[in-house]
Design a protein around this ligand. Sequence first.
Ligand code: SF4
Ligand code: SF4
Ligand code: SF4
Length: 352
Amino acid sequence: MKVKLTIDGKEIATSHGNTILMAARRAGIEIPTLCYHPRLPASGACRVCVVEIEGRAALGASCAIPVADDMVVQTRSPRVLEARKLAIELLLASGDHNCLTCQANGACGLQERAYELGIETLAFAVQSPGYPKDNSNKMIERDLNKCILCGRCVRACNDVQVNEVLHIGHRGGKAKIVTAFDRSYGDSQCVFCGECVALCPTGALTEAGAKFQGRPWDLKKVRTTCAYCGTGCQLDLNVHKGRVVKVTSDYHHGVPNFGSLCTKGRFAYDFIHHADRLTTPLIREKGALREVGWDEALERVAGQFSEIKAKHGPHALAVLASARCTNEENYLLQKFTRGVLGTNNIDHCARL
Ligand code: SF4
Ligand code: SF4
Ligand code: SF4
């Protein structure tokens, strides 16, 4: 069922159940947001997406208000812009926002909104909460002095990953994001999936290993498929000066993971440049390993397969495939096992 409304003078027909924000964006009208994310239930917490709706006294959060027939909406009226500016000014005053060395500099929702609204000077005196940084683990650095209480991390943890580690604790001016008993991430039930980091719009939650390894605009994103299992999660390797310095994910990459990753996919990338990593094949001879080229290694393997097959028959051979390979690689391996080795002795580690 279609609903007809007017946004910024433009007549729009949209599906029943859409919010004003969805209808506007689909019609090419940009409404800025901070606490909204398409993957999360709307909360209307940050008040940045407010709009003026004819006939209503108060401004409304467009991310949370469904469209209705004959609605007339203004997204950039002077009253709306003033309210947005005030919301950002209050957020800037309620934390320590030193963009100079912040990991989020250049990729921060708060910074972007302040820039769009032309906020050059602080309207209110800064009241730093004075929270100590949480450096309790090697994966996530948490600096709640940069937290704007948008609640995206809480919804990411509870509604997307269903880990239920984060909550909004305390009330009023003392409100803060907490784990159970307000412990550090390292001492909490956190499984370090990093969903909260991926969806935090500011520098409050960042990848600890990427600190001072390159600014967002220095990093080249290389989209790839995670190699840790066969699910095929899409991720971006962030490369700086030839080194992978962090892994990020993007909701817009779509299936199968819509930006979610597990702790291995998001944080276990240090093997890539590890000094102990094997880079050439090794053949064991008389108890010692010798570095060889690929031709020699493959000839040795093929020769020994043939020898075993000739002496004991094809069923003396068995192959174990790996969940760390892609579906295509596993398909090829079973083809090789059945078609070349001549045995159906093929299994997969996921069944063990
Ligand atoms: S969180 Fe954003 S606004 Fe705050 S210091 Fe970092 S870049 Fe600046
Ligand atoms: S890393 Fe994952 S489990 Fe830990 S707090 Fe963030 S979303 Fe929750
Ligand atoms: S930590 Fe980040 S995502 Fe969580 S409430 Fe603060 S600013 Fe929002």
